[in-house]
Design a protein around this ligand. Sequence first.
Ligand code: CUK
Ligand code: CUA
Length: 763
Amino acid sequence: MKQFNKQATSLLLAAGMGLAATAAWSADNLADVLKARGLSQQDLLAAAKTYVPTGKRDEFVAFSSGGQSGQVIVYGVPSMRILKYIGVFTPEPWQGYGFDESSKKVLSGGRIDGKDITWGDTHHPAISETNGEYDGQFLFINDKANPRLAVIDLRDFETKQIVVNPIFKSEHGGAFVTTNTEYVIEAAQYPTPLENKKFYPLEEMNEKYRGGVTYWKFDRKEGRIVTKDSFSLELPPYWQDLSDAGKGPSEGWSFTNSFCSERYVGGIEKGRPPYEAGCSAKDTDYLHVINWKKAAEVVKAGKAKKINGHDVIMMETAIKEGLLYLIPEPKSPHGVDVSPDGKLIVVAGKLDTHVSVYSFEKIQAAIKAGKFESKDAYGIPVIGMKDALHTQVSLGLGPLHTQYDSKACIAYTSLYVDSQVAKWNYCEGKVLDKISVHYNIGHLMTMEGDSTKPAGKYLVALNKLSIDRFVPVGPLQPQSHQLIDISGDKMQLLYDMPLPLGEPHYVVAIDAKKLKPAVRYKVGTDSRTDKPHPGAVRAGEEKTVKKGNKVEVFATLIRSHITPETIEVDVGDEVTINLTNLERAQDETHGFTVSTYNVHASVEPGKTVAVKFKADKEGVYPYYCTEFCSALHLEMMGYLLVKPKGWKPTKLTLAKGNYTEADYKATVKKVVDTQAIIDSVVAYITSVNYKDFPDVVAMVEDAFDQLGKTKGLKEKHEGFAAKKDWENANLWAEQIWQYQVKTADLGLRAKTYLEQNGAKKVK
Ligand code: CUK
Ligand code: CUA
């Protein structure tokens, strides 16, 4: 114990925490805490490796599929703290996603046959790449259930576009980007007829059902997928599974594995053996090898066929043009992952204990020599497995997915059945280490592990079952993501993170420094189109316009009021409320809702967004700001008055507040005192080099903005005081104080920031 105590103390000192820090937490010392909580030295080491103290930030940011939630989950590594949920295929109220007009338009891009689909089964996120490295600009994610793909802009972490696959009914092998994000790859899963709404009986599986892979053209400047420049390849009715894009020497090619090349049709209810038996009967399935660069040229040359208005290269053309090849892969494989140098392609066995490592060089040599072992039923040339293999390694039961280390030749593969991660050398075909995870791992992820330059350090295991890891919360249990240290020879398990928002399939993580999200929009921006919003107004230009039964409100939001504070409409009117957040201060988001009309907007600084509804119920409906934005947040409200047909006003004066001269004088004194505080803060700020701190400059600008709003109010309250109208005199003086409070709040925040960040005196 003594020895342990000494080690623990030196660890603590090494961590730079010092002993003074522990003294603050009662009389405990580290050894007592470890003992009381039953922690081992190993636990302490793990904690020190994951703990991110207050004020510090994570080194990596992970974007996780949200599975059935249809969202993306953002968390930090190594702390595993959740940072954000991004609404993608599913409405997300906090962000107003699906409750304001602009985001509804994004979601409507995901309509299929005119119908809203408000859920998604998100599977594989992909970060945009430049020269094969993550660039931190965009994120893509697919919906397996309803074949769709979404584009998220990482400047504001908002979903900008959803596109529907024009020929698939389900998809799985997306989203995977090409080396410079020219295309986003999306492969089908369950074969169906490619023509929309065509019926063919299952007996015609071989003739009429098809798989495929779509290459969505991405316009990086616009930040949008260009559907008309996108194309697909028709593929046999094998169940295309995962995909990956080539890089380096294999750039221009892509790889999609498959299973159920048996093309089996089940029917357990008719006494036929089920799909699970029929789809894994054969010993091998096929890896599809596709030359997408050449395919794009073939489309340009007009050799594609239009199906549902979309360019599809039919198999016959693909074969003739040398775009498509197959290679056998062992029994119902899963996952296909191109090595960082682009030379090797790893396919995991799933029902086979091996991972197969294919050589791109050998594949190319076989293609060049025209050396094929056979053709499949559709005439696609099949390259012999041994002519393409670099090596095969037996890793364990249920190998699924592979990720790469920053160290050359090192890979990690998930073993679903064994509930383990295997570390192995894919150049030499040697197993190096194994670690148990809890339980039944699906995907796994290393930092920047899909890029040409993996960052190593950490690995996250995405476990399908958590079973006994967390406090029980009912039969539906959270998923478990486990953080593993991969910096040494032996893997070390560091942390269990419950993920309770659907079943994530895949995660990608990027160096946090590469992300440069904005803190505010240019005033009046529609964040979903990145263009000026037609409903935007500046301060003082707020108005309500009524045309027939259409009422349009042009409103602004700033601490702590909504202008206007009354909206009067007639029952049955169609109401549009445009909201512009005039704030420039960081994190000063206002929310907006109207009671019972099912609208909500999140209006971040600078953003303009509209909510729309039919005022079909007469009555009185408070609207208010839903984000706690200042001390006077609760006062940030107004009334929507929905008047019945033919209503006439009878009483026009509001109740009086009974203010006295004494009230007025007290308020004026409060204003003078507060101004003295503001002056002293301003004196401090201007006495130091605050201009060297951009965050402070923004706060100071905002503070003066607030103070600027008091202009003319002094004359106003003094004017009313001269007329002995104590109510108006008092309330207008009070309004000065409201602005002063916000000014002081910002000023003090700036002062604290400067003091804590080593501001220096200037002459
Ligand atoms: S799949 Cu889930 S474990 Cu949909 Cu990427 Cu392999
Ligand atoms: Cu704005 Cu609360």
